[in-house]
Design a protein around this ligand. Structure first.
Ligand SMILES: NC(=O)C1=CN([C@@H]2O[C@H](COP(=O)(O)OP(=O)(O)OC[C@H]3O[C@@H](n4cnc5c(N)ncnc54)[C@H](OP(=O)(O)O)[C@@H]3O)[C@@H](O)[C@H]2O)[C@H](O)CC1
Ligand SMILES: [K+]
Length: 494
């Protein structure tokens, strides 16, 4: 287990608590010392990000997150900074009480938050309100404080978890601090990377508090962060047959765009050949727009059969519709037994006619499709995306990509990877069609399903970030990702 390994591991709150316990019991490091190390690491982080800060305002909650805040304020005083501390009521727990007393004994004054009132001037605000102990939405008086902190305009450093974010699920049950930087201690909490959390955490920094590697040995993590991966360079003596043949099936009346984006992404994703089975009305447009696509008119299963013979991987669903035409093609495609990526209406048809797809399928639902596949509402999906992704993978016997902020990749045995890339500009039409084509292309080039899903999700999100860095998030179009995708696939680009 190397240092980098556990830095890519994601933990639940309970697992982090087990690590705490282990540090205290097995390594003999008192909890208060962990708090002191956290405060010191947080002050270093603050001065790295805002080296000219002279005045800080520290907001302390009732628990140990608040304790981190009190000790940071005490250290800031010792370092010559001015620290104002505002506290939510009394401190709970020995360590938090001790930390508060240490701040006061050092000459600090704690100002109780009365539910309203002017906040102190500050170059940087420190959020020590709640961390892994948050158990419900922020109360109105705390939500008011958070709104005033945001309105102050000074940057916010969140300690461990932005206050208001559920560290296990990434859900924000009410309001939350919107941090510029979150410094999280000992282990990365899985909730910081998915659901609403990425919009509140700002830049994430993991501080292991100088604990020895042995602490993580044998400690189970719940999930892992995707890492940058690329495919091995192509051998010189290669011909198009070596890189598979993707057959994209979809594009009912009026939805040629979806199947075209999917086919084009499969080409840019490196598939050797890409055919498209679609409505006759789209052929001219497809062939003139992208002649490298082999577009075929398919009016029913009979016409699809010879195309299935030649294909090695299917991309089934973009613009497929749920009518008789789409349903007939969907059934025939599933019966072919070919490896496949199932998306959009291909998923909605699966929700209507559930079946196991063991071993050869990647499903790419957004939360709405996921809800239909599980027979629940999207609120339940958002309440615990990890559980939803795992249940989908188990129930359908497939690799599942649960799309959205912090997309998750899950396999039936329970393994989950989280995508740390992507941006709000990608919430636009066609992005999903692209992902389907990319994953199909990777399957066609010999990746097994888990690797194709992880690599495809990572390439897709990083291409979105590259395109957004170039031209901004607003107005980002799916086709803007095609060029960056090719760069990243070949190990070029940022
Ligand atoms: N894990 C580590 O290595 C370290 C952790 N540290 C810091 O400790 C916090 C976790 O501290 P904890 O005391 O468990 O929890 P919090 O400080 O996050 O919450 C404090 C209490 O607040 C109450 N609570 C929860 N939600 C709300 C709410 N919405 N409104 C009001 N009050 C709330 C809750 O008590 P209740 O009984 O009222 O539920 C909590 O107990 C961790 O995040 C780190 O910052 C160590 O200091 C460093 C190492
Ligand atoms: K916090």
């Amino acid at each position: 287990m190397t240092a980098s390994d556990h830095r890519h591991e994601l933990y639940t709150v309970d697992q982090v608590r087990a690590l705490d316990r282990r540090a205290i019991d097995a390594l003999g490091i008192p909890g208060y010392e962990l708090m002191q190390r956290a405060a010191a690491a947080a002050l270093v982080c603050l001065r790295q990000h805002w080296p000219r800060a002279r005045r800080i305002a520290v907001y302390c909650g009732p628990g140990n997150n608040g304790g981190d805040g009190f000790l940071l304020a005490a250290l800031a005083h010792e370092a010559g900074l001015h620290a104002d501390v505002i506290a939510l009521g009394e401190s709970q727990g020995d360590d938090a009480v001790r930390a508060r007393r240490e701040f006061e004994l050092g000459g600090g004054t704690v100002h109780p938050w009365q539910g309203s009132g002017e906040l102190p001037l500050a170059d940087v605000q420190v959020d020590g309100l709640f961390g892994t102990g948050l158990r419900r939405a922020l109360a109105p008086d705390v939500a008011q404080l958070v709104r005033q902190m945001q309105a102050r305009g000074a940057p916010i450093l969140a300690l461990d978890v932005p206050s208001g974010v559920n560290a296990d699920t990434g859900e924000v049950p009410g309001e939350s601090v919107q941090a510029d930087v979150t410094v999280t201690f000992i282990a990365a909490k899985r909730g910081l990377y998915t659901a609403q959390a990425p919009g509140y955490a700002g830049q994430l920094q993991l501080e292991p508090l100088g604990l020895p590697e042995s602490l993580w040995h044998g400690c189970r993590a719940d999930a892992e962060l995707l890492r940058v991966q690329t495919l091995a360079p192509r051998p010189r003596q290669v011909h198009k047959g070596n890189n598979g043949h993707v057959l994209a099936i979809g594009g009912d009346h009026g939805t040629a765009g979806a199947i075209r984006l999917c086919g084009e992404a499969a080409l840019r994703g490196g598939a050797g050949l890409v055919s498209v089975a679609t409505r006759s009305e789209h052929l001219v447009a497809l062939n003139s727009a992208r002649p490298e696509l082999m577009a075929h008119e398919v009016n029913g299963p009979q016409a699809l059969a010879p195309l299935l013979e030649r294909a090695t991987v299917l991309a089934l669903g973009p613009g497929l519709g749920q009518g008789a035409w789409g349903h007939a093609l969907w059934l025939t495609a599933l019966e072919s037994g070919l490896p496949l990526v199932l998306d959009a209406d291909g998923l909605n048809l699966l929700a209507r006619e559930p079946r196991q797809l063991t071993g050869r399928a990647v499903l790419t639902p957004h939360p709405g499709e996921a809800a239909r596949l599980l027979g629940c509402d999207t609120a339940k999906i958002g309440a615990d995306r990890f559980a939803a992704a795992r249940e989908l993978a188990r129930r359908y016997g497939a690799i599942v990509v649960l799309k959205g902020a912090g997309s998750l990749v899950a396999e039936p045995e329970g393994r989950v990877a989280v995508c740390p890339w992507g941006n709000p500009g990608m919430a636009s039409g066609g992005m999903g069609d692209l992902l389907t084509g990319i994953i199909a292309a990777l399957l066609a080039q010999g990746c097994e399903a888990w690797q194709a899903a992880c690599l495809g999700v990572g390439l897709h999100a990083r291409a979105g970030d590259l395109a957004a860095r170039k031209g901004g998030e607003r107005g980002l179009l799916a086709s803007d990702l095609l060029e960056p995708l090719r760069l990243l696939l070949n190990g070029k680009g940022a």
